[in-house]
Design a protein around this ligand. Structure first.
Ligand code: PMP
Length: 428
């Protein structure tokens, strides 16, 4: 099983057999409140009839169409719908099947773009410590998680460097929303430019809000400074919005929320409410046009793609999911609920073992003091006890993460955090 303690799971398996709205049902008939939208992806709640109908219709009318040399209208319709939600100018879409593939695709597009404009020496990528960009070799190379890298460390991509992460509990602990401290950390890019020379750097890739390594909210002004430095040095800026895309922060993208426009955006998860695997990269039209125009007519412009790029069933699900997000105004709903969600998260502050709480939009992280000699053990125990009490939270190291579907009700928000408070009282 992926990212799972396999032997432990075998002893005490947790099995879901169905899901509806905010709840999973287990094999022993219990209802579990989904405080994490699956893996940050089921933004409209589970088994939405509109998406089920679209998927069912599509699989019955055309199950598959080759993605190389052939097209189908739903791919273009889905691309138009995704593009309409992106910041102005990022209106060219390339489809993949996961976040990891979206990241690898974005890195390749960045290289292809520089080569097409005669700057093929720009091959270096800059990621960030504690960044998570999936599990492809590209993604773990630009990612900054030691545990995901160390078994493969001899074979990571060369020419990658990392910015520091932005978490500092001493300076900005218990921040509600964006921390005031830390914008200066973006200036580390200037140091890397001095070290490597801008002419060797293709792109900087960051999650605008880092999710998987424990909800790291960008300091006020940080992303703006990163944007300014990238523009100054001709470096592309990639936002990995696999988590933040499609409403998580109360806007279609984090780029829109923070009013900082990157050059490429990677997407997945919420793109079709996780009904069928799908990922995507949105790129500025200029990047698309440069790559496309560098090749003679009739030649293949981007030597890259997947058998299932823009799979018709995934595309049908994306169209239905985006329609649903819009007809139910779910992104606005997330924004409206966010103050209540933040207050509920911070209500856990007085509970035992709590080291930090941070939140933005409908995302929160609660960092616990680790047990001596047993990192991660306390959060794992909290995760298991919450599950026993009917609430699924996520844990990563000693950090608990919360990211409910955007349809969550205020009482469900209260229940998520009161369960955690209760469990922390009972946990040594
Ligand atoms: N990028 C980010 C920011 C993610 O959060 C994730 C998944 N959690 C990925 C990439 C990888 O996505 P996938 O698991 O679909 O490959």
């Amino acid at each position: 099983m992926p990212f799972t303690a396999n032997r432990q799971f075998k002893e005490a398996p947790r099995m879901f057999v169905s899901a509806k709205g905010m709840y999973y049902q287990t094999d022993d008939g219990r209802q579990i409140l989904d405080a994490t939208a699956g893996l940050w992806c089921v933004n409209a709640g589970h088994c939405r009839d509109e998406i089920t109908a679209a998927v069912t219709r599509q699989i019955g009318s055309m199950d598959y169409a080759p993605s190389f040399q052939m097209g189908h209208p739903l791919a273009f319709e889905a691309a138009r719908k995704v593009a309409a939600l992106m910041p102005e100018g990022l209106d060219r879409i390339f489809f993949a099947n996961s976040g990891s593939e979206a990241v690898d695709s974005a890195l390749k597009i960045a290289l292809a773009y520089h080569r097409a404009r005669g700057e093929g020496q720009r091959t270096r990528f800059i990621g960030r410590e504690r960044g998570y960009h999936g599990v492809g070799f590209g993604g773990i190379s630009v990612g900054g998680i030691l545990n995901n890298r160390k078994a493969f460390s001899g074979n990571l991509m060369p020419n990658v460097d990392h910015l520091p992460h932005t978490l500092n509990i001493a300076e900005a602990g218990f921040s509600d929303g964006q921390p005031a401290w830390g914008a200066h950390l973006a200036d580390e890019l200037e140091r890397l430019v001095t070290l490597h020379d801008a002419s060797t750097i293709a792109a900087v890739i960051v999650e605008p809000l880092a999710g998987s390594t424990g909800v790291l909210v960008p300091p006020v002004g940080y992303l703006e400074r990163l944007r300014a430095l990238c523009s100054k040095h001709g470096i592309l800026l990639i936002f990995d919005e696999v988590i933040t895309g499609f409403g998580r922060l109360g806007a279609a993208t984090a780029a829109e929320y923070f009013k900082v426009t990157p050059d490429l955006i990677t997407l997945a998860k919420g793109i079709n409410n996780a009904a069928i695997p799908m990922g995507a990269v949105a790129v500025k039209r200029e990047i698309h046009d440069t790559v496309v125009q560098a090749t003679a007519v009739g030649g293949i412009e981007l030597m890259h793609g997947y058998t299932y790029s823009a799979h018709p069933v995934a595309a049908a699900a994306a169209i239905a999911a985006i329609d649903l997000y819009q007809s139910e105004r779910l992104f606005e709903r997330a924004r409206e609920l966010s103050p209540l969600f933040g207050r509920a998260a911070h209500s856990v502050a007085g509970a035992p073992h709590v080291k930090d709480i941070r939140n933005l939009g409908l995302v929160a992280g609660i960092e616990l003091e680790p047990r001596p000699q047993a990192p991660g053990a306390r959060a794992f125990e909290v995760f298991r006890k919450c599950y026993e009490k009917g609430v699924m939270v996520r844990y990563t190291g000693d950090i608990l993460a919360f990211s409910p579907p955007l349809i969550v009700q205020p009482e469900e928000i209260e229940r998520m955090f009161s369960t955690v408070r209760e469990v922390l009282q009972e946990t040594p």
